[in-house]
Design a protein around this ligand. Structure first.
Ligand code: NAG
Ligand code: NAG
Ligand code: NAG
Ligand code: NAG
Ligand code: NAG
Length: 399
C-alpha cells in the first residue's frame, strides 16, 4: 500500500508544486517589532548538495510563456515525469535571508520553531505587519514562549535568486532546510545571528527543533521527516494533506505570470523562469475564504507576493512525498476547512489509516480543521485561535 500511495503522493506533490508563488513593496521594509521579544534579520550562509532533476521543458521569459508552460505541465494527458532526463548534482553555499526571534522571558525559548513558507510568499507569510496581534504567527509563537526562525526559501525575499530551472528545486530546498536545522542544533545559527541582535541579547542554546510548514513548505518538510527524522522533535504541516480531491482544480487558479513582467519595479532582479501569482483575484482564489476574509489581509497578501520558480513547479526526483518510516516525534496536520488543496472542502478528505501508514512510528498524529478558513491559514480572521490549537498540540507532546 505504501509504495503505491507514495508514488501517487509524489505525482500529486510534483503537480501541486506548480501552483502557488509571491514580495512586499520593498523586502527591507518588513520591520514589525514584537513586544517582549528581540528579533534580528541576517543573511545565513547555508551549504547544501542535492540531486536535482534535469527537465526537458520550455523556458519562461514572458507572461505568454508562463501560460504555455502551465499547459505543458498541467494537462492530464501529458506525462510530466517523462520529461526528466537526468539527475544532476547541485551543490553550493547560498545566502539565505533569515529572521530569528527570541522571547525575553519565554518558558520555552530553548525550543526553536523553524517555519518554512509555501510558494507564493516569502518569510513574511508568517509575520503579518497588518494587525500582528490578530495575524502574525511569529508574534503568537513568541507569546507562547517559543523562539522562532523564519527564512526565505532559496529564490525568495532576501535569499539568493539562483537559477530557476536547474537550482531552485524541491530536492535542494529540502537539503537547505536540513542544513539550517543542523546549524540550529550546533549553535552556529545563533552565532551567525548574534551580531544582528541589539547588544546585550543573550541567545539560548536550542535543545529542540519544531518544524512548521505551509503548503509547499509542508511538502519540503515531509522530505525532511523521511530523510532526516532525527533532526526533528515535532512537526506541524499546514495547508498540505493528500486526499481524493487533492487539487483537482489547482492549475487554473494560480494565474501565473512572469515575475519581471508582472511588476518590473518589485521583480526587476528576477531572472528567466521566476513566476508569480499574477493578480489580486488569483491571490484571493488561492488563499482566502469568503467567510473569514479580511480585505486588508487580501491587499497585504498581494503586496507581499513573492515569485517562485518553474523548477519548483516541474517534477523532480522524489525528494518529497515519501513516507517517514523512522520519524518518532509528533505530527499535526492543520488544514483550512475550505482549502483549495481539497478542492474547496477538506471535510472527510483524508484517510487516517493511510496517513498513519506514512508515519508509522510518530508518537502522535493529529488532524485539525480550522473552520471556514482557506489555504492561507495565517491570513484569515480567527487565525490566532488556530495558532493556539497548534501550540496546545505541541504542549501535550512535551514541546
Ligand atoms: C547584520 O549585521 C551585519 C554586521 O553588523 C551587517 O553588515 C548586516 O547588514 C546586518 N544584516 C541585516 C539584514 O540587517
Ligand atoms: C510517464 O513517464 C514515466 C517515465 O518515462 C513512466 O515511467 C510512466 O509510466 C509514464 N506514465 C504514464 C501514465 O504513461
Ligand atoms: C530507518 O532506520 C533504519 C535503522 O536505522 C534504517 O536501516 C532504514 O534505512 C531507515 N529507513 C528509512 C526509510 O530511512
Ligand atoms: C482508508 O484506507 C484503508 C487502507 O487503504 C482502507 O482499508 C479503508 O477502507 C479506508 N477508509 C475509508 C473511510 O475510506
Ligand atoms: C476559531 O478557531 C477555533 C480553533 O480552531 C475554533 O475552536 C473556534 O470555533 C473558531 N471560531 C469561530 C467563530 O469559528
Amino acid at each position: 500500500m505504501i509504495p503505491k500511495f507514495s508514488s501517487l503522493l509524489f505525482t500529486i506533490a510534483s503537480t501541486y508544486s506548480l501552483f502557488a508563488p509571491g514580495i512586499y513593496a520593498s523586502p527591507a521594509k518588513h520591520d514589525v517589532v514584537h513586544p517582549g521579544a528581540s528579533c534580528a534579520k541576517f543573511i545565513l550562509p547555508v551549504t547544501a548538495t542535492a540531486q536535482n532533476a534535469a527537465v526537458n521543458a520550455p523556458t519562461v521569459n514572458s507572461n505568454i510563456d508562463a501560460i504555455n508552460w502551465v499547459w505543458e505541465f498541467s494537462t492530464w494527458s501529458h506525462n510530466a515525469t517523462a520529461r526528466i532526463t537526468g539527475q544532476p548534482t547541485v551543490s553550493g553555499t547560498y545566502g539565505i535571508g533569515a529572521q530569528l526571534c527570541i522571547p525575553t522571558s519565554g518558558t520555552k525559548k530553548e525550543i526553536l520553531q523553524i517555519a518554512t513558507h509555501g510558494l507564493g510568499f516569502d518569510k513574511r507569510y508568517w509575520d503579518a505587519e497588518v494587525q500582528p496581534d490578530q495575524y502574525s504567527y511569529v508574534r503568537a509563537a513568541l507569546k507562547a514562549g517559543y523562539s522562532i526562525l523564519t527564512y526565505d526559501r532559496l529564490g525568495t525575499g532576501a535569499s539568493d535568486k539562483a537559477d530557476a530551472y536547474t537550482v531552485v528545486q524541491a530536492p535542494l530546498q529540502l537539503e537547505l532546510l536540513a542544513a539550517i536545522s543542523k546549524l540550529a542544533r550546533s549553535g552556529e545559527l545563533a552565532q551567525a545571528a548574534q551580531p544582528n541582535f541589539s547588544s546585550g541579547t543573550t541567545l539560548p542554546t536550542f535543545t529542540k527543533v519544531v518544524q512548521v510548514g505551509h503548503s509547499y513548505g509542508s511538502m519540503i518538510q515531509t522530505g525532511l521527516l523521511s530523510k532526516y527524522p532525527s533532526l526533528v522533535d515535532g512537526a506541524i504541516q499546514t495547508g498540505w494533506i493528500f486526499g481524493p480531491h487533492t487539487i483537482t482544480n489547482a492549475q487554473p487558479v494560480f494565474g501565473w505570470q512572469f515575475a519581471r513582467e508582472n511588476d518590473p519595479k518589485k521583480f526587476g532582479d528576477r531572472p528567466s523562469g521566476y513566476i508569480v501569482v499574477g493578480t489580486k483575484s488569483s491571490m484571493q482564489q488561492l488563499f482566502l475564504s469568503k467567510q473569514r476574509l479580511d480585505p486588508k489581509l487580501l491587499d497585504y497578501a498581494y503586496d507581499i507576493r513573492a515569485p517562485g520558480t518553474v523548477g519548483e513547479g516541474q517534477p523532480s526526483i522524489s525528494a518529497i512525498g515519501k513516507p517517514a518510516l523512522n520519524y518518532t516525534g509528533p505530527l499535526q496536520y492543520f488544514l483550512g476547512e475550505y482549502d483549495f488543496l481539497c478542492t474547496g472542502d477538506c471535510n472527510g478528505q483524508f484517510n487516517e489509516t493511510i496517513q498513519r501508514g506514512l508515519y508509522p512510528k510518530a508518537s502522535a498524529l493529529e488532524f485539525h480543521i480550522q473552520p471556514e478558513t482557506a489555504h492561507g491559514t495565517t491570513l484569515h480572521k480567527n487565525a490566532t485561535a488556530g495558532y493556539q490549537v497548534m501550540f496546545d498540540f505541541l504542549a501535550r507532546n512535551g514541546l
